[in-house]
Design a protein around this ligand. Sequence first.
Ligand code: 1PZ
Length: 211
Amino acid sequence: SKTPARVNTPLSVITEAFENLADLLKPAEKDEEEIGLRLDAFCNACTHVSILFSCLGFAFKFAEMEYISKVKDLVEASKSFDTLQNILDLDVEKETVKTPGSHSRNLRRVRQGLDLIRAIFEQFLMTDEYSLKDAATTAYTQVCAPFHTWAVRTAVYAGMYTLPTRDQLLLRLDETDQSVEKNMRRYMEASLPIIEYIDKLYIERNIKLDW
Ligand code: 1PZ
């Protein structure tokens, strides 16, 4: 008998989007890196992340709205700016890189979201005994907490107690233990060069990453 065709899971869709994006940064297409990563391509991958939020429950509605509003701003920006470099260059010129609501600030926030997901997956796969709550708490403490206000940190740590269990998460993501490991590792691998690429854009312009 034939195995039924495997439906794309939310995680495989996200992973594939970031693999395609990471391909644009590969040596064979080095020219692309010279010209710069296209903003519309970046936004397209970032938009896919939204699927994950529906697995997290009500407590993370705020995080979802925050993330989506930042991505939306970058989607708007992509109508007038071709590349990630372009938005940074303009904000550098206007001295608005860190100004609330600026494209460069929102890019930094979205980058932190992508890194947070990467860190959560990394923690999640460290051991089977690890609850999603503990994995997410450790990852958040490492990646995002240093840059968030006390009020936001407190809300996030309280929300962690409402996260689904490991098994509930796998069920909601439509993954098995094996498939989730494969897909999370693929995301971790694909997102890292993109995160590093974004960091480099700021560093090259003498912008410290302590915010
Ligand atoms: C499957 C994994 C489950 C783990 C869930 C962990 C979720 C942690 C949520 C962190 C929420 C932080 C929300 C608020 C952040 C705001 O302070 C800043 C304000 O930026 P400003 O307007 O001052 O420039 N907003 C952001 O940083 C926008 C992006 C935050 C959302 C990241 C979520 C990452 C995705 C989690 C997994 C789906």
